[in-house]
Ligand binder design. Structure first.
Ligand code: OGA
Ligand code: MN
Length: 277
């Protein structure tokens, strides 16, 4: 079967067809994937139908695979993403993925990439995944605004993202969220390569040195900007699809799916290679 690759939108996303299972576990395929991630932020392998061991092996060709806590899978590298509490101890936290976010923003070195493959999809068409390219969004800002943002710092916390789902936490819930230490990062992440992106999303709670409401307003405005259609791509899952994204520059979110949904993803993550600076 011929291999095709098709850009998915004006700035973001590349879809590749014709690569399945074992064929993905190949140095050249991984090198092309890494190059495509750099250029498009999101790579979709349609109908990849990749087995768990091959998913881990392919991930290892792309970077350092990190063991994932409470994955619910016999392989420590794989985490089950589902709202079904009988399959995952983290099911209750999945609702937070319905809000635009970047994974690991409370770490000093956020994960480089995430790989997600669909084992089962919802029956009712719910649970698409959307991505928003914060390199492209930053790049397209007016120069004056880039200057205004240059020195701002943002506090990221688990509590900020949970409070989107549960706006009225009990003191006990609040205390549990606050056990995850918050972290301050620059609003604009400048890579060693010179590339810049916006570090925003659900975990971004406040701007350092600004009154809460003013900080919130700026963060909301930037999120609206970064998630405009020209910077986003939406993936409608078919069982077997494999989607990989540059977690450092792609906001992402799941479209809501029910607690009773059959939707089940197997996920691996790659360790970050660059601290936020
Ligand atoms: C994640 C995530 C989105 C989805 O696994 O980090 O945000 O569509 N998943 O399941
Ligand atoms: Mn996520």
């Amino acid at each position: 079967m011929p291999i095709t690759s098709t850009p998915l939108g004006p700035t973001t996303g590349l879809e590749i067809t014709g690569l399945h299972g074992r064929a993905l576990v190949d140095r050249d395929v991984a090198a092309e994937c890494a190059a495509a991630l750099e250029r498009y932020g999101v790579v979709v392998y349609r109908d990849a139908d990749i087995a768990d061991d091959d998913l881990v092996a392919f991930s290892a060709l792309l970077g350092d695979v990190v063991p994932l806590a409470m994955g619910g899978h016999e392989r420590r590298e794989i985490q089950k993403i589902t709202r079904d509490a009988s399959q995952s101890k983290l099911a209750a936290y999945r609702e937070a993925t319905f809000f635009w976010h970047i994974d690991g923003t409370t770490d000093s070195v956020p994960n480089k990439s995430t790989l997600l493959t669909a084992r089962q999809v919802s029956d009712d068409g719910s649970g698409d995944t959307e991505f928003a390219n914060t390199y492209a969004a930053y790049e397209a800002l007016p120069e004056r605004e880039k200057e205004e943002l240059a020195d701002l710092r943002v506090v990221h916390s688990f509590a900020a993202s949970q409070s989107l789902v549960y706006p009225d936490p009990s003191p006990k819930e609040r205390a549990a969220w606050d056990k995850v230490p918050a972290r301050e990062h620059p609003l604009v992440w400048t890579r060693r390569s010179g590339r810049r992106s916006l570090l925003i999303g659900a975990t971004a709670g406040e701007i350092v040195g600004r009154p809460a409401a003013a900080g919130r307003a700026l963060l909301d405005r930037l999120l609206d900007w970064a998630t405009r259609p020209e910077f986003t791509v939406r993936h409608r899952w078919r069982p077997g699809d494999l989607v990989i994204w540059d977690n450092t520059g792609m906001l992402h979110r799941a479209q809501p799916y029910a607690e009773t949904s059959r939707r089940l993803m197997h996920r691996t993550s790659l360790a970050g290679e660059e601290a936020v600076a």
